[in-house]
Ligand binder design. Sequence first.
Ligand SMILES: [Zn+2]
Length: 147
Amino acid sequence: MLPEIAAAVSATRNLAAFFKTFAAVTTDEKVREAIIDAQNQIIELQSQVFEANSRYEEQAAQLNTVRKRLDELESWKRESDRYEQFEKSDGFTAFRLKDPQSRTEKFLWFCPRCFANHKLSAFQRLVAGVDEFTCPECELKCFSASR
Ligand SMILES: [Zn+2]
């Protein structure tokens, strides 16, 4: 609960206690009726404060979800900027690191279908000596340019 909302709840509780005390000591029936009316309004106000708190908490949860998604997208954007699309073989494109740091990284080709889904999945050769590669994530097949 926000401190401001907690303060409003506390203030309405104090007002309700004040009116209860005031109603107990007054002998004037018209004053007593006015106090009862004020107490009812306080109860309504408390209800509205709790409703406002519920809406606030609901929106805070939604905002948290949106922030998480934005963080994921920003993280993927930073990661994906390290890759470039290239034509692996006739009409077939894949992704590779723009600046590979090792021979192993230089020959890693990443699946375009998985890349579109914000995943990095490197093609793997299934049979030694055969120029056929498969994405282990989505099973997309790719043939080398020599085929
Ligand atoms: Zn894939």
